[in-house]
Design a protein around this ligand. Structure first.
Ligand code: GUN
Length: 293
């Protein structure tokens, strides 16, 4: 089994981005600036945003975090989004999800200027992506594509099974891998909670992408010998041997599946770092669109 080392790959790509940013800085160009809005005290969201800021610093970007209490009104949040849309200093921004229940995430996503939507969540970007037009790709699917590309994993004609149909992972990666291109040209099935013949689908798939949020769900006895397995899940399971009381595991039973897969991502250190890298690439692109980048 070959480990798909997202951490190592992210380090390589970050170095490439930093070289480019140094060159931009050297000629007095526009330094990429990423902003993130975080609402409430969700510990997972806080840790994701912290990582995004850390990566931004490492590649030489500017970054701004706007942190608001969970009781912020929808209107107030929309005003902040609008402010970032208008702020010519900010090239791209994200609103970390999930949001508190009283705020409609669709309304917020629709309020983001598609030109600054470096998460690729706005329907303008999603629709452009689906039609193969220029778009900011959503970060996790983009990170998976980068991983497949750099590890030279062939997708053409392969049977791909995506577990999960979320707007931010399952559905877009399914679209991207079925489109013409490399990576792409695959035959994709998207499975979800109502899928009936999951065991048959798992057994016949060359590439499995698990994004369902269920700890250690995929087992070795379900997959084909030599399958490529990409684990998007990040689940907390209680572990009293750890200081923090839990450990992170993916949607795939890593140790079990490692005996049968040809390529496998670890959790943590697989798709996670690639997601943040993809966000950096989108932000770099946004800063160039603005000019003198
Ligand atoms: N919550 C979980 N993943 C993501 C992501 O990629 N972007 C944002 N904004 N929120 C998330």
């Amino acid at each position: 089994m070959i480990l798909l080392d997202g951490k190592d790959l992210a380090t390589q790509i970050k170095a490439e981005i930093k070289t480019e940013v140094d060159e931009i800085r050297g000629r007095g160009g526009n330094i990429p600036h990423l902003a993130a809005i975080i609402v409430g005290d969700n510990p997972a969201s806080e840790s994701y945003v912290k990582n995004k800021v850390k990566y931004s610093d490492e590649v030489g970007f500017e970054s701004t975090v706007i942190k608001k209490d969970a009781n912020i009104s929808e209107e107030e949040l929309l005003e902040i989004v609008n402010g970032l849309n208008q702020n010519s200093d900010v090239d791209g921004f994200i609103v970390q999800l999930p949001l508190p229940r009283h705020i409609d995430p669709d309304k917020v996503t629709l309020a983001i200027d598609p030109k600054k939507d470096v998460d690729g969540f706005h329907p303008y970007n999603f629709g452009s992506m689906a039609q193969g037009m220029e778009a900011y790709l959503p970060a996790t699917p983009y990170g998976i594509l980068l991983m497949l590309e750099r590890y030279q994993i062939e997708t053409e004609g392969k049977k791909v099974l995506v577990l999960g149909r979320s707007n931010i992972v399952g559905t877009p990666i399914g679209i991207l891998l079925s489109r013409k291109g490399n990576p792409g040209n695959a035959t994709v099935t998207i499975a979800h909670s109502r899928t009936k013949n999951l065991d048959d689908l798992l057994a016949e798939s060359d590439i499995i992408i698990a994004a369902i949020g269920r700890a250690s769900f995929v087992k070795a006895n379900q997959i084909k010998e030599g399958a490529v397995v990409i684990d998007v899940g990040i689940n907390r399971v209680e572990d009293s041997s750890k200081k923090r009381g839990y450990r992170l595991v993916g949607d795939v039973d890593f140790i079990d599946v490692s005996s049968k897969a040809s390529y496998l991502t670890p959790v943590p250190g697989g798709v996670g770092p690639m997601t943040v890298t993809a966000l950096m690439l989108n932000t770099l692109k946004a800063s160039k669109v603005k000019g003198n980048g």
